[in-house]
Design a protein around this ligand. Structure first.
Ligand SMILES: *[C@@H]1O[C@H](CO)[C@@H](O)[C@H](O)[C@H]1NC(C)=O
Ligand SMILES: *[C@@H]1O[C@H](CO)[C@@H](O)[C@H](O)[C@H]1NC(C)=O
Ligand SMILES: *[C@@H]1O[C@H](CO)[C@@H](O)[C@H](O)[C@H]1NC(C)=O
Ligand SMILES: *[C@@H]1O[C@H](CO)[C@@H](O)[C@H](O)[C@H]1NC(C)=O
Ligand SMILES: [Zn+2]
Length: 438
C-alpha cells in the first residue's frame, strides 16, 4: 500500500525507471516506416446509388486499397461513408475514376507520411514527464507498455497485480493488470481491453491513462475510491500484442493478429471476428487476405482463446465488459451480429445515454450511441456479443476519436483530451453498475 501512504516518495520511485524508458529507442522522427506512406492519400467517398457502390467495390478490389471505414468492402453500400487509404501509385487511377463517374468524394489526407510524422510529438515533448514520472501523452511501444506494467506491479502492489493469461501466436505474454483495493469480501469486476485492432493506437493509450488516473486520484476522488473499493478492474492494455508490435515496426495500418495461414501467404485474423457467436456470418470474411477474416475456426487465435478462457472462468463476478476501439466516436452495445434489441435494453441504453452526456460535458465532443448493428454496421463473431451471450450483462465497445480527420493517425496532442473525456464516460458506466438498474 505504498502508494496510499506516501504518494510523494512514489513519484520519486518512478524517476529511475523513467530514465530507463528514455533510453528505449523510438523509431526515428523522420523517415518513419522508411517513408513507405509518402504520397498516400486518405479519401472519403459516398456512393449515392447502388451502381456507384458497386463500382467502388470493384475499384477498391482492383487497387487493393486499405479500407479505414467501414472495415470490409462488403459493407460498402449506397449512402454509407467510406474512408479509404490509397497507396501513392494507385491514387491517380482512383481520382481519375472518381472524376469520370462523378462519385462524390473528399480528400481527407493529402500525404499520409506527412501527417504520420507531424502527429508525433517533438523529441523534447516525448521525453516530458508527468507528475508520476511517465509521459502519458505519447504513444508507447509494446516494450514500453510492458515495462510500465512491470514497474507498476512492483511499486503499487497494494492496488495492482499483474499476471499473464497466456501467450500470443508469436510467443509474447498476454499481460493483464488487476486493479482495485484487495479485500477478502466478494467483489464484482469490470473487464477492460484495448488494442484488439493493432492500428487503433489511441486504445492502448486510454488503457494506460485509466490506470494512471486510478492511481493518482484514488485518494482524492470519492468516485474513484468507491470504484476501486467495490470493484476489481481487469485491464488488458494491449490485446493484440503481435499486431501492435508489427504496427510499430512494419505497417502502421496493420489491423489483424499475425498468425500464419496454411494455404495463403496473407497473415492474420481479425481478433474481433474470431469469437464463437454467430461466427463468420454477416460482416466477417472467410478469406485470409481480408481485414475482417474470421479465422479457420472460432477462437483459433491464441489471444482470443486466452481472453475467452479467462472470461469464462471469471464470468460469475464480471459485471461489465468494455472494449476500446477507434475511430468513429460511438458507444456501442449488443447486438453486433443482428438487428435486434437485447433484453434489459433500457438499463444498458440509459447507461450509454448518461455516459455519452458525461463525455460531451468536457469538450462538447459528440458520440453516437446504440446497438452496434444499427449504429456502426453488422459484424458477427465480435468480443462484445460473445461477452454478452456468456452472461456479462453490461457489454460496451467504444469507438474513440475522431470521425475521420486524422482517423487512425490521431495526433499525440489529442491523447489527453480524448482520454480525459472518455474517463468520465467510463466512470459514469461503472457507477451505473454499482447501482441497481431501475
Ligand atoms: C503499387 O505498388 C505496389 C508495390 O510496389 C504494387 O504491389 C501494386 O500493384 C502497385 N499498384 C498499382 C495500382 O500500380
Ligand atoms: C507481480 O508482482 C508479484 C509480487 O508482488 C509477483 O508475484 C508477480 O509475479 C508479478 N507479476 C509479473 C507478471 O511479473
Ligand atoms: C453520469 O452522467 C450524468 C450526465 O449524463 C450525470 O448526471 C451523472 O451525475 C453522472 N454520474 C456519475 C456518477 O458521474
Ligand atoms: C435483466 O435484469 C434482471 C434484473 O436486474 C436480471 O435478473 C436478469 O438477469 C437480466 N437479464 C439479462 C439478460 O441481463
Ligand atoms: Zn477496432
Amino acid at each position: 500500500m505504498k502508494f496510499l501512504g506516501k504518494p510523494r516518495s512514489q513519484r520519486a520511485a518512478f524517476l529511475p525507471l523513467c530514465l530507463l524508458f528514455l533510453k528505449i529507442l523510438h523509431p526515428g522522427h523522420s523517415h518513419l516506416y522508411s517513408s513507405r506512406y509518402a504520397g498516400d492519400k486518405v479519401i472519403r467517398l459516398i456512393p449515392n446509388t447502388e451502381e456507384e457502390a458497386y463500382a467502388l467495390k470493384k475499384i477498391y478490389q482492383q487497387l487493393k486499397v486499405d479500407l479505414w471505414q467501414p472495415s470490409s468492402i462488403s459493407q460498402v453500400s449506397e449512402g454509407t461513408v467510406t474512408d479509404v487509404h490509397i497507396p501513392h501509385n494507385g491514387s491517380r487511377a482512383l481520382l481519375a475514376f472518381l472524376q469520370e463517374t462523378n462519385i462524390q468524394y473528399k480528400i481527407l489526407i493529402e500525404d499520409l507520411q506527412k501527417v504520420l510524422e507531424k502527429g508525433r510529438s517533438l523529441p523534447t515533448q516525448r521525453s516530458r514527464r508527468s507528475v508520476s514520472g511517465y509521459n502519458y501523452e505519447v504513444y508507447h511501444s509494446l516494450e514500453e507498455i510492458q515495462n510500465w506494467m512491470h514497474h507498476l506491479n512492483k511499486t503499487h502492489s497494494g492496488l495492482i497485480h499483474m499476471f499473464s493469461i497466456g501467450k500470443s501466436y508469436e510467443g509474447r505474454s498476454l499481460f493483464v493488470l488487476k486493479l482495485g483495493r484487495r479485500s477478502r469480501a466478494y467483489k464484482r469486476a469490470v473487464w477492460i481491453d484495448c488494442g484488439i485492432h493493432a492500428r487503433e493506437w489511441i486504445g492502448p493509450a486510454f488503457c494506460q491513462w485509466f490506470v494512471k488516473e486510478a492511481l493518482l486520484t484514488y485518494r482524492s476522488d470519492p468516485t474513484m475510491r468507491k470504484m476501486l473499493n467495490h470493484l476489481y478492474f481487469y485491464i488488458m492494455p494491449v490485446f493484440n500484442v503481435d499486431g501492435y508490435h508489427f504496427s510499430w515496426t512494419n505497417d502502421r495500418f496493420w489491423r489483424k493478429t499475425r498468425s500464419r495461414n496454411s494455404r495463403f501467404r496473407c497473415r492474420g485474423v481479425d481478433a474481433n471476428r474470431n469469437w464463437r457467436v454467430k461466427w463468420c456470418d454477416e460482416g466477417a470474411s472467410m478469406h485470409p487476405c481480408d481485414d475482417t477474416y474470421c479465422g479457420p475456426f472460432p477462437e483459433s487465435e491464441p489471444e482470443v482463446k486466452a481472453v475467452a478462457n479467462f472470461l469464462r472462468k471469471h464470468k460469475k463476478h464480471i459485471r461489465a465488459y468494455l472494449s476500446f476501439h477507434a475511430y468513429a466516436q460511438m458507444l456501442l452495445y449488443p447486438y453486433s451480429y443482428k438487428y435486434a434489441t437485447i433484453p434489459n435494453f433500457s438499463c444498458v441504453e440509459s447507461a450509454a445515454y448518461k455516459a455519452v452526456n458525461a463525455l460531451q460535458s468536457v469538450y462538447g465532443v459528440q458520440y453516437r450511441y446504440g446497438p452496434a448493428s444499427s449504429t456502426l454496421y453488422v459484424s458477427s463473431g465480435s468480443s462484445m456479443d460473445w461477452a454478452y451471450k456468456n452472461g456479462i450483462p453490461y457489454t460496451f465497445a467504444f469507438e474513440l476519436r475522431d470521425t475521420g480527420h486524422f482517423g487512425f493517425l490521431l495526433p499525440e496532442m489529442l491523447i489527453k483530451p480524448t482520454c480525459t473525456e472518455t474517463m468520465l464516460a467510463v466512470k459514469n458506466i461503472t457507477m451505473h453498475l454499482l447501482k441497481k438498474c431501475p
